[in-house]
Design a protein around this ligand. Structure first.
Ligand code: C5P
Length: 237
């Protein structure tokens, strides 16, 4: 299970990140670097994080014209990000260009190809929020499945989605398509701004390949203990 938990290091404090990563590596290899952490650490942090044993999920949610996203993703691949995401709503062509560029950069550098993920609909958005913000005729889940199928067609390895959408995505995209789920809250944690949430155990039972947890771990008094508790919950203990 330790390879299926990703801890979001959502802070711009370099010392905190250093401390959190140094503490959590005992239990958790995968860390997620978002804009906050990236603004402080830059790509220079990738070698030291990797050297410590971490695997890096670079969560910059790229969304731009195909040429730009292809270059962004190629650059981040070259710097050693192991998992990279982009908004699936950026379109098929954008995602295909990103795949091509990532594979090319990995081949040039002689490193494994990164896992590329499409972000479907953010887990902070619920059905009424989806209707009012997107003005779509579709149900939220239909849109998530549509974006997952587009991501697969573009050659991405999987998607970021709510644990509540795992079943329809599996049905549409098969067992080998990765589903990474944020919006995870153990019963003892504050949901904050997350809406479409489940517990760690429920996400695993529903078939998530990875779960992403931020605040319940990094804001805990003892982050290592919180990570351990979540891993136990994922193991069904
Ligand atoms: O603190 P919390 O556990 O809510 O953190 C979840 C992390 O997952 C955040 O870094 C957030 O940006 C990210 N995320 C998300 N929903 C998505 C994609 C990413 O919550 N659909």
């Amino acid at each position: 299970m330790r390879n299926r938990l990703i801890v979001a290091l959502d802070t711009d404090d370099g010392e905190d990140i250093d401390w959190l990563s140094g503490t959590l590596i005992e239990l958790v290899p995968w860390v997620k670097i978002g804009f906050q952490a990236f603004s402080t650490l830059g790509t220079e942090s990738f070698p030291w994080l990797s050297g410590r044993g971490h695997l890096i999920f670079l969560d910059l949610k790229f969304h731009d014209i195909p040429n730009t996203v292809a270059r962004d993703v190629g650059t981040m691949t070259k710097h050693g990000a192991h998992m990279i995401n982009m908004h699936a709503s950026g379109g098929l062509e954008m995602m295909q260009a990103a795949r091509f560029s990532a594979d090319d950069a990995a081949d040039d550098a002689g490193i494994p190809k990164p896992i590329l993920l499409g972000v479907t609909i953010l887990t902070s958005i619920d059905e009424p929020g989806f209707k009012s913000s997107f003005g779509s005729e579709r149900q939220l889940t239909e849109q998530v499945v549509f974006l997952a199928k587009q991501s697969k067609e573009a050659g991405l390895d999987g998607v970021v989605a709510s644990p509540l959408e795992i079943e329809p995505i599996r049905k549409a995209c098969g067992d080998n398509f990765l589903i990474v789920t944020p919006g995870i809250r153990p019963k003892w944690a504050d949901p904050g701004d997350q809406r479409r949430i489940t517990t760690p155990a429920e996400a695993i039972n529903r078939g998530a390949d990875f779960i992403v947890v931020g605040r319940p771990i990094i804001e805990a008094e003892d982050p290592l203990e919180a990570a351990g508790k979540i891993l136990d919950e994922m193991r069904g203990m």
